[in-house]
Ligand binder design. Structure first.
Ligand code: FE2
Ligand code: FE2
Length: 265
């Protein structure tokens, strides 16, 4: 089973650039083209939030159009730039039935065969920070307790501080409670996140939490206390998570025009 993770797509209304500079739609089209050229092709795609930039229905409609060539099940996670209502209005019908099981929060469980996927909603409407309240955490605890198959948890805000201060300032409230809930569950294979627009890994509650790069702009790496936030056009990318032999093997794949591949011999 091959799961492709894309994150922080930040799709704008047609013809608009993010921050006046970034053509997020063109960059996502390039990522989708790269994914459709893969052999083997991913079995499923997981999009870990900030799907669009302003939470508008026209942005979700454009996003859906850009994702169509993937032609595999696509599981969406809400991020701080998303709006639950227009997201659900656009992403419905065949292929998105999993959203029907979500209540107020966009949380749902998916059977991926040998693997189980639990999607969490960390959104605080109108704010950049994330939150896991008691209700959302109880749902997670119940889902983890009811099924001992290897499980992936997907959420937009990572449950750890990264050292990039301006991003940590809009981090995840409830991260400590989250960690104490997941720690006893040895079948939790990985925590897949977005929000940071970089590839980052950290141990959380005995498993690995990881952040996927953005398909568009990246957050500039600046570990100085007090450093102001900035983005940088480092290579965009996605991650491929291969479930093989009872392990999840994660590859980070930049998207761009690179020379090669060349044979070693
Ligand atoms: Fe983002
Ligand atoms: Fe975000």
């Amino acid at each position: 089973m091959l799961l492709a993770q894309i994150s922080d797509l930040h799709i704008k209304p047609p013809g608009r650039l993010a921050y006046g500079k970034v053509d997020t739609a063109a960059l996502l089209r390039a990522a989708v083209a790269s994914l459709t050229r893969l052999s083997p092709r991913p079995d499923v795609v997981l999009a870990t939030g900030d799907l669009v930039d302003g939470g508008h229905a026209e942005e979700y409609a454009l996003l859906q159009e850009i994702l169509t060539p993937l032609a595999v099940p696509c599981f969406v996670v809400a991020g701080n730039h998303d709006e639950r209502h227009p997201l659900r209005e656009v992403f419905q019908g065949p292929g998105f039935g999993y959203l029907d099981q979500a209540g107020e929060f966009l949380q749902y469980a998916v059977d991926l065969g040998g693997l189980r996927l639990l999607v969490l909603d960390t959104v605080v409407p109108g704010e950049g920070r994330g939150q896991l309240c008691r209700e959302r955490l109880r749902w997670l605890d119940e889902r983890l307790a009811e099924d001992r198959r290897p499980t992936l948890v997907a959420m937009h805000h990572p449950p750890f501080a990264t050292g990039i201060e301006h991003m940590d300032d809009m981090g995840l409230e409830g991260a400590e409670a989250f960690e104490s809930i997941v720690a006893p569950y040895a079948h939790l294979e990985r925590i897949l996140c977005g929000h940071l627009h970089r590839s980052i890994q950290c141990r959380v509650g005995g498993t690995i939490a990881s952040v996927c790069p953005s398909t568009a702009h990246q957050v500039a790496l600046d570990l100085r206390p007090g450093a102001s936030g900035a983005f940088i056009m480092e290579p965009p990318g996605y991650q491929l998570h291969l479930w093989q032999g009872g392990r999840l093997i994660s590859h980070t794949c930049p998207v761009g025009d690179f020379s090669g591949p060349f044979p070693f011999g």
